[in-house]
Design a binder for this molecule. Structure first.
Ligand code: GTP
Length: 407
């Protein structure tokens, strides 16, 4: 369990289900991630409750016996928040709040809350606020919000609930206002992107916390905010990067996550346009994370959702400095057995399997940076040549760091 760092952290418990689509091992991985999300939002997890059910209970997500067990535990241990590892339907949420008498959050609400906490610019705040209202609108029957919103805390950093009768109308008005506001900003952003000219555009994509911003900093020698918490970056940063005389634009943008709330995908349209309109994607993967294969799948799924899945891509497997030698059997992409293999053996297997140019690096120690830069250079050059067929000679490759060492 993650350490409690501050006294102001809220006490919470997690609830998840083992179903026919989600075995026990998968659930543990998902609960680890949920705990990290809770920690990022400002909660410490006191206990995890799990239950085996063929499908979620339509009324209370878990069965009534389990609900009672959770109720007793939270009462006895003075816990104010219960977090469910799935999106709850409006009626499940209402029933659970009535029965358990504490604040109930689901995965979507938690992610939205982190986004609200992390949004720095008015643009990001507008996008998050829209997503929060879209989430809130069908759930306007919650009973605890008046009181809790005055107290603040997790799940409360967004739009509040006032009188339900008038609220729906107010929220609908607010949603359409925010949509209009975003339309104007989206237009401005599109103009800005067009004004960047014909320079090749490369976007860093990847699961949250894989090291995109760290890599951006290392490549562009800039200082983009990087932190060991989820969704450190919400706003897009674009930097001009030059590798071997060849200039291109590199974008660092919002990290992806399993079941990224659809409200967020929709309202972050313009942010995700940076990915959609890029010429080349650099898919960063954290190989020190035991679920990195699932993360790759989630990222590919989101790329498909936003129609960016057919772009040229480079796979950058990051954090090799933190690689642990126990890996799942990589002969099969859905492995069930584990074996010990070395990093070398493991990279060879992946190289053979990968459909895209692939490199293994550490953004922290800069191991294998020359190989990565060469790979990026080659792929950017391909786009560049297709765009400017006559001036490729200007950008003959040289390794800057090697040159520096030699001088
Ligand atoms: N050990 C190790 N840690 C790394 C490496 N690269 C990044 N990190 C750490 O991983 C954490 C997340 O890094 P970020 O660069 O913020 O990750 P991100 O992908 O931009 O994160 P989001 O903004 O959440 O999408 C930070 O604590 C980094 O210091 C690496 O190569 N090795």
């Amino acid at each position: 369990m993650l350490e409690k760092k501050e006294h102001s952290y809220e006490k919470a418990v997690l609830v998840g289900l083992i179903t026919k689509d989600q075995d026990e091992e998968k659930l543990q991985e998902y609960m680890d991630e949920l705990e990290f999300l809770a920690y990022t939002a400002g909660a410490t997890v006191e206990k995890r409750f799990t239950q085996k059910l063929s499908q979620p209970d339509s009324k209370t997500f878990v069965g009534s016996g389990k609900a009672l067990e959770i109720k007793d535990y939270v009462k006895e241990n003075e816990i104010g928040t219960i977090i469910f590892d799935d999106e709850l339907s409006p009626s499940q949420l209402k029933n659970l709040e009535r029965e358990l008498e504490v604040k109930i959050l689901d995965r979507t609400n938690l992610i939205l809350d982190i986004f609200a906490q992390r949004a720095q610019t008015s643009y990001a705040r507008t996008q998050v606020e829209l997503a929060q209202y879209e989430y809130l609108l069908p759930r306007l029957t919650r009973m605890w919000t008046h009181l809790e919103r005055q107290r603040g805390g997790i799940g409360m950093r967004g739009p509040g609930e006032t009188e339900i009768e008038t609220d729906r109308r107010i929220i609908r008005d607010r949603i359409s206002l925010l949509k209009d506001k975003l339309k104007i900003i989206d237009k401005q952003m599109a103009t800005q992107r067009n004004n960047r000219g014909k320079m090749v555009r490369v976007a860093l994509v990847g699961y949250t916390n894989v090291g995109k911003s760290t890599l951006m900093n290392a490549l562009s020698k800039s200082e983009v905010f990087a932190e060991n918490k989820l969704f450190a970056t919400l706003d897009t940063t674009v930097r001009k990067v030059v590798i071997g005389n060849l200039p291109f634009l590199l974008t660092d943008t919002v990290g992806f996550i399993r079941k990224l709330p659809t409200q967020l995908v929709e309202s972050f349209k313009s942010t995700l346009d940076e990915v959609r309109e890029a010429d080349l994607l650099i898919h960063v993967v954290d190989i020190s994370h035991e679920s990195f294969e699932d993360h790759i799948d989630s990222v590919n799924q989101i790329l498909q959702e936003i129609d960016a899945h057919k772009k040229p891509m480079i796979m950058v497997f990051n954090k090799i400095d933190d690689f642990s030698y126990e890996r799942k059997d990589d002969d099969d992409l859905t492995p069930s057995t584990k074996k010990n293999i070395s990093l070398e053996e493991w990279t060879k297997t992946w190289m053979a399997k990968s459909k895209f140019p692939t490199v293994f690096i550490s953004a922290l120690t800069k191991e294998n940076f020359p190989e990565m830069k060469r790979l990026i250079y080659d792929e950017v050059m391909k786009v560049h040549i297709s765009r400017f067929p006559y001036n490729d000679f200007l950008f003959e490759y040289f390794d800057e760091e090697e040159e520096e060492k030699n001088n």
